[in-house]
Design a protein around this ligand. Structure first.
Ligand code: C2E
Ligand code: CA
Ligand code: CA
Length: 665
């Protein structure tokens, strides 16, 4: 069985590694920011530690050393032994308590005059001590023996424990005068521990906060990118699939069929076929679009079930399906397979609990023999399909002969919409003459297409194909509007009736009668002067709707004529039930009546039948005087034909009508 529905999202998997890369990369700036912030915090903590060290040193200088020295003059090169004893006693608890690692008292020239461990005497001038002597305390983070390890080697030289080194001025015990400098080394660890407990908490909070922020942003971008990815996948799906049936669309079909074509040979060809439902539009209009959709889905399922895994099925749009078959050995096998598919479609379907029979026409082309690209093959299959539809042949293999005629017709239909819009259509009018009086009582509007490159085209060249499409509705409306608009230009009497032909397709439209009445109303022409000509086929195509439309028209005074009467197989009982006012005998019978007795009998009995139903009977195709005579004998009401007048342009018709009035007068 052919896979029908390509699930959306089968192609999303490849996006995952990409997202992991994104997550990792976005973590880098977050971590960098964290490091910078932590570093800044570290610096701040250090300077806070230094400030604490300095405060402690100042306290020591002010409240311990200065009172122990007890002098107002700057300290001399040595301390008195009394001073030494007092100082040693005063600092003993601090030293013993390990609150201080080293203490030195220097004079204002930076020379050491006392130190707790006997170090520092006779060293060269110390700049930091001089700064403190001039009133600027200096504090630094260093190692205990950094100074001894070598000058200028940097604060972190040396191997001793980390210490806060502070130089603060010693003020006189009784005035604000600087009398010396106190050099203090405080152990850094307790200070650092003190500062870092707070710092750790803040740092941790910061780190957790940043990671959380990162996670939230990641979550948001993950969901956004998921949505974008999904939208992209859906778009890609829609671009290549038919939403209703889930089948590939035409573009996708061409791509997929191209792969099959590449592998095909004349012996093992690829079959490209187009299957089109006949009269689907009417079914759709009759049952409503919802049911039309159900129907198409069911047909798609049926086709899918009967195809093999390697075969392709696509919806080409409207009511057409594309099929590509592999492993077929030639045209006759293709016909066989496609006929089976066609029969599957032809089996009645249940719609709304009612059985409904549809027919399909199939055309196909073989690759590579009938075309070496899928587009050509598809177009040729389509042409063959139109031939199948037109001639009721079921399945048709493309033949180059088809190309000339049918491709031209197809092309024409494609141009018809523009032709109508560009006002390229023209109407010719053929008079209907009353036999008894010899008077023209009506004219029939017949459409022609003044094609820009092909010249004047007659209905046979474009109407049958147009009737397969929706284009015929605007055409019908255009003809009616134009005929009513031109009528006063050639009919100065205001007495002539105007007949307009209507396709079966138009008559099956729900709003057909309303449309006709609206056009008549806006033309200002009396509805009783309008005759609608419909064929028997039009009456039976969608009998219920046709009857409804005809009744509406009849109620408004519009007359209805049955065209080509005798050619179809309408039942008489059915005819009698319709609001019909005229029978037009098919011109085939009329033309043949003078040399074929049976035809003459048919014409006579139609006239009798019409009269007994109270209808006007018109004979068309009156080409000779003999025919006219026989019709007169048979008591026909109206005649129309080349003998009396060919279809004429509005201008020619006006002249014709004027001449006639002169002869009649
Ligand atoms: P029809 O309705 O049976 O129109 C009569 C056709 O017979 C016209 O052909 C007309 O030119 C032709 N004809 C008239 N007198 C004679 C005659 O004495 N001998 C012969 N052999 N033919 C005669 P035309 O104009 O080519 O139209 C062909 C058909 O196209 C029409 O057949 C009608 O079915 C259809 N048609 C024409 N105009 C329209 C239109 O506006 N709408 C629709 N839906 N169909 C139209
Ligand atoms: Ca007609
Ligand atoms: Ca006719």
């Amino acid at each position: 069985m052919v896979k029908r529905r390509d699930p959306i999202g089968s192609t999303v998997a490849s996006a995952r590694p990409l997202f992991l890369v994104y997550a990792a990369v976005s973590l880098i700036p977050v971590l960098l920011l964290g490091v910078v912030l932590l570093n800044l915090m570290g610096r701040q903590a250090t300077s806070r530690g230094l400030a604490e060290g300095q405060a402690e040193a100042s306290l020591l200088a002010g409240s311990v050393i200065s009172p122990a020295l007890g002098q107002s003059a700057p300290v001399g090169p040595t301390l008195t032994s009394a001073q030494q004893a007092r100082v040693e006693r005063a600092v003993a608890p601090t030293i013993l308590g390990h609150r201080v690692v080293r203490l030195r008292i220097r004079d204002l020239e930076s020379d050491v005059v006392w130190s707790d461990d006997g170090s520092g005497f006779g060293e060269p001038v110390d700049g930091e001590a001089l700064d403190a002597a001039s009133g600027v305390p200096v504090v630094d983070l260093t190692k205990l023996d950094a100074d001894e390890a070598g000058d200028g080697a940097g604060h972190d030289a040396g191997t001793g424990p980390r210490v806060v080194e502070a130089y603060v001025p010693i003020l006189a015990h009784d005035s604000a005068r600087r009398i010396g400098v106190l050099e203090v080394y405080l152990p850094y660890r307790p200070i650092a521990a003190d500062v870092s407990t707070g710092q750790h908490i803040v740092g941790l909070t910061l780190l957790v906060g940043l990671l959380l922020l990162w996670a939230v942003l990641l979550g948001v971008s993950a969901s956004v990118s998921r949505r974008i990815r999904r939208a992209a996948t859906v778009n890609a799906y829609l671009a290549s699939h038919d939403v209703l049936t889930g089948l590939p669309n035409r573009a996708r079909f061409e791509q997929l069929a191209a792969d099959r074509l590449a592998e095909s040979t004349s012996e093992r060809p690829v079959v490209v076929a187009v299957l089109d439902l006949d009269r689907f539009k009417q079914v759709n209009d009759t049952l409503g679009y919802g049911n039309g959709d159900v129907l198409l889905s069911q047909i798609a399922d049926r086709l899918g079930e009967r195809l093999r895994e390697r075969d392709l099925l696509a919806r080409l749009g409207g009511n057409g399906f594309g099929i590509a078959l592999g492993e077929v050995h030639g045209p006759s096998e293709a016909v066989e397979v496609l006929n089976r598919l066609r029969e599957a479609v032809n089996k009645p379907l249940m719609i709304n609990g009612l059985p409904l029979a549809l027919e399909a026409s199939v055309g196909f082309a073989l690759g590579p023999d009938d075309g070496d690209d899928t587009e050509t093959l598809l177009t040729r299959a389509e042409i063959a399909m139109y031939v199948a539809k037109d001639k009721h042949l079921g399945v048709v293999h493309f033949h180059p002969e088809h190309n000339r005629h049918d491709a031209a017709t197809l092309g024409l239909v494609a141009e018809l919409g523009d032709g109508i819009a560009a006002d390229q259509l023209v109407l010719h009018y053929q008079p209907k003459t009353e036999l008894r009086s010899g008077r023209i009582t009506a004219v029939e509007a017949l459409v022609r297409w003044n094609h820009p490159t092909r010249g004047l085209l007659y209905p046979d060249a474009f109407l049958p194909a147009a009737e397969q499409t929706e284009l015929v509705d605007p055409l019908t409306a255009w003809v009616l509007r134009r005929a009513l608009q031109e009528l006063p230009s050639f009919d100065s009497s205001g007495q002539l009736d105007i007949a307009v032909n209507v396709s079966a397709r138009s008559l099956a439209q729900d709003d057909f009668a309303d449309g006709v009445l609206a056009i008549i109303a806006s033309s200002g022409i009396d509805p009783t002067r309008v005759i609608i000509e419909v064929t028997e086929t039009a009456l039976v195509t969608d009998a219920r709707r046709a009857e409804m439309n005809l009744t509406r028209l009849d109620e408004a005074g519009v007359r209805v004529s049955i065209d080509d009467f005798g050619a179809g197989q309408t039942s008489l009982a059915y005819l009698a039930s319709l609001p019909v006012t005229e029978l037009k005998i098919d011109k085939g019978f009329v033309i043949a009546m003078t040399h074929d007795l049976r035809n003459a009998a048919i014409v006579r009995s139609i006239i009798e039948l019409g009269h007994s139903l109270g209808l006007t009977v018109t004979a068309e195709g009156v080409e000779t005087v003999e025919i006219l005579d026989e019709l007169t004998v048979a008591d026909c009401d109206l005649v129309q034909g080349y003998l009396l007048s060919r279809p004429l342009t509005a201008d020619k018709l006006r002249e014709h009508l004027m001449g006639e009035r002169v002869t009649n007068a």
